[in-house]
Design a protein around this ligand. Structure first.
Ligand SMILES: C[S@@+](CC[C@H](N)C(=O)[O-])C[C@H]1O[C@@H](n2cnc3c(N)ncnc32)[C@H](O)[C@@H]1O
Length: 291
């Protein structure tokens, strides 16, 4: 599959419009992500890296390999991975975590079983570990509180990073000093600027591959008390967003909470959720819904 000629020149040919359409069609049908014409430069620069890594002479020949050959099928996953936007942070949109803390404190008596949290579209894990820290902190206060954090994504490289649980020191800036001491480990080497999540934290967060658009949702039915799906739906079309809202509704317990990103709007034509704050929603109980 890799181009073999030692002295082959690697061209920086522009992305052909037919190839852009092909890629856009593939990405939308497999992951729901929309790639309009305005994303041409982004597609070009991200796929150029794959072209170079695999030593294809041109972007055109790389794309033809991906879509027109049987061997190219495996590479489609890398192509998908290269085109997902994975920006994330520890304690991103921090008021969501403050809200969750207050909500738990006010409702602790209503949670008897395991409090299950889902970071849907978790990228490299920062959101899931933030949730893990928050849950562990709550457990320090209420030792009988039992919880689990589930985190999923379609990006294989992000999931690998999340499971490795090692981050550059700059990334942990938003984490409070006391919490750093409790849940993060500094490297012993002076020259190493990395930080590892401590075992008590990694042991409570579970990472898995799950495609929100094409995945099998049946195991998720009424599984969660809280779902964070932030800065993910922003890339989806209206129909996929509305379908996801319904899926989240089915995956939450009665009174469960859904958090979305600050630049997003929930598409909820059936009125399944009550808005508690902008970007924070509660599942309506079956009896309270008007339909
Ligand atoms: C911008 S990141 C958001 C990360 C985190 N939720 C946050 O707000 O910091 C979006 C993530 O959604 C994932 N994603 C995109 N389409 C997806 C799909 N169809 N199923 C699951 N995850 C998807 C991407 O791989 C990416 O890691």
């Amino acid at each position: 599959m890799i181009q073999s000629s030692t002295f082959q020149t690697i061209k920086a040919d522009p992305l052909h419009e037919n190839d852009r359409l092909r890629i856009a069609e593939f990405i939308e049908s497999t992951a729901g992500i929309q790639m309009p014409a305005t994303k041409k430069t982004l597609i070009e620069s991200r796929l150029r890296k794959r072209q170079r890594a695999l030593s294809f002479e041109s972007l055109r020949s790389y794309i033809a390999f991906v879509f027109d050959t049987a061997d190219g099928e495996k590479e489609r996953l890398h192509l998908l991975d290269a085109l997902t936007t994975n920006k994330t942070e520890f304690y991103r949109e921090a008021q969501h975590f403050e809200f969750l803390r207050a909500h738990l404190q006010n409702n602790i008596n209503t949670y008897n079983g395991e409090f299950k949290v889902w970071s849907a579209g978790c990228s490299s894990g920062e959101e899931a570990y933030t949730l893990g820290i928050e849950m562990l902190e709550f457990q320090r206060e209420f030792p009988r509180f039992s919880f689990a954090v589930n985190a999923t994504d379609i990006s294989a490289s992000c999931l690998q990073h999340a499971k490795r649980a090692v981050y550059h020191h700059d990334k942990i800036e938003p984490v409070d000093m006391v919490l750093r001491r409790r849940y993060l480990l500094r490297s012993r080497s002076k020259n190493d600027n990395s930080v590892k999540m401590a075992p008590e934290l990694t042991s409570v967060v579970n990472f898995d591959f799950f495609n929100l658009i094409t995945g099998d949702w049946s195991p998720y039915h009424q599984q969660f008390s809280v779902i964070f799906c932030r800065n993910v739906m922003i890339y989806f079309n209206q129909d996929d967003r509305a379908r996801l809202t319904q899926r989240f509704y089915q995956s939450l317990d009665d009174g469960g909470l859904l958090f979305i990103g600050h630049s997003e709007t929930l598409i909820d034509p059936q009125g399944l959720f009550v808005r508690l704050r902008p970007t924070i929603y509660m599942k309506k109980s079956v009896y309270g819904r008007k339909d």
